[in-house]
Structures are given as C-alpha cells and as structure tokens.
Design a protein around this ligand. Sequence first.
Ligand SMILES: [Zn+2]
Length: 247
Amino acid sequence: MDIEQLKQLQEIDVQIANILQEKNALEETLKGDEDAYHSAEEAIAEFDKNYGQIDAERKAKEAEIQQTNEMIKRWDSRLKEAKSGREYQAFMREINGAKKDIGEIENAVMRMMEELEKISKNKEEEKQKLEEIGKRLQLVSEQSRNRITYLAKQRDELDLQRNTIAKNIPSALLSMYEQIKKQRHVAIVEVKKSVCQGCHVNIPPQLFNEVMMNKRIIHCPHCQRILYYVGDDEAQERKQKRNKKAV
Ligand SMILES: [Zn+2]
C-alpha cells in the first residue's frame, strides 16, 4: 500500500508550503520597506529639484526688483531736472509704472517663498520617514535575510527528501496526488468516525470499511481526496472486543 508514502510526501509538502509562506511574507515585508525607502529617497530628490527651480526663479525676480529700483532712482534724479511739466509727467508715469511692477514682482516672490517653505516642510517629513524606515531596515533586514537563506536551504533539503519518496510512488498515483493537491491543497485526509476530514461529509459505511481495510486507494465521494484511517480508541476497543469474542 502506497498510502504511507503518500502521507510522508504530503507531510513534506505541508512543510514546504509553510516554508514558502514564511519566506514570501519575509520577502514581501523586506521589499515593502525597501520600496518605501526608495520612494522616500526619490521624493526628497524631487523636493530638492523643485526647491532649486523655484529658488532660482525667486533670485531672478529679486534681481529684477533691484534693477527696477535702480531704474526708479535714475528717473527720480532726472525728474528733478525735468525741463517741462510734460517731461515731469512722463517721468512720473514711468516711476509709478515701475513701482507697480515691483509690487507685483514682490507678491510673486512672496508666493514663491511660501512655496519654498512648504517644500522644506514636506522634505523634512519625508526625511523623517526615510530615517525611520532606514532604522527598521538596519535592524530587521539582516535578520530577515538570514532567515530567508535558512528557509531556502531547508526547502532544498525537503525537495531532496521529497524526490526520494516520490521515486517510490507509482507515477499514476503521484500525478493523481498532484492533481488533487492542486485543486484541494490537501490531497490526503483522515476519515474519523466515517467523516472525511477534508470536506466534513459522511462517507458511506461500505466505503468506510474499505478505507479501514487499507487495501486500495479510496477517494472521498464528495471531495475526491484520498482517504486514510488511523483508528480511534473507540474503534480499537470494539475491534479488541470482537477479537476476544472470536477467540
Ligand atoms: Zn471529502
């Protein structure tokens, strides 16, 4: 009977599945942290870039203010030498226009400074985030990586064991096992008190007897899993009583 070997195979498969689950979870967490770290780095770089651009604009605007102020000074001195009322009016118009321009530019500079402040604040927050993730990564990543390496090694060992067992199982049975496993995750299940432990449906008495006899592979009629019987204390007792009576 191959059921024992199938059970061993399944035990290994369960261990492999557990290992994969743990490994995937660790890798996912690690990757999540690494991704978050890189995004924070990218965000900071983006803030720096924006800051640089806006700050350059601000400097250009401030230079513009200075130039306009100098122009106003020049007109102001020419104003004093104005030869006619018309000339005087013309200089005044220029001066007033320039002052209005300066007011607008100053407003623009103010808005830029507010923007720059906002960027600095956001960058500071992002830097804090980066630091937190960095600390966590430093603390956990080596541990996680070691564990992942260990799990991978364990998986390799289990694969070897699995191959050894699988070699002794007829290929038709093995592929049947694989197919049920693919659909139901667990391919071989115990029958306890006539109930399939895979789907929890009762199996017919005749079939249950056959499972107990363990002479051929029996499938649960409901879920198609392969059934095996370990025997409970109650059944053992009944069996013993029957045997005593027989004697
Ligand atoms: Zn079942």
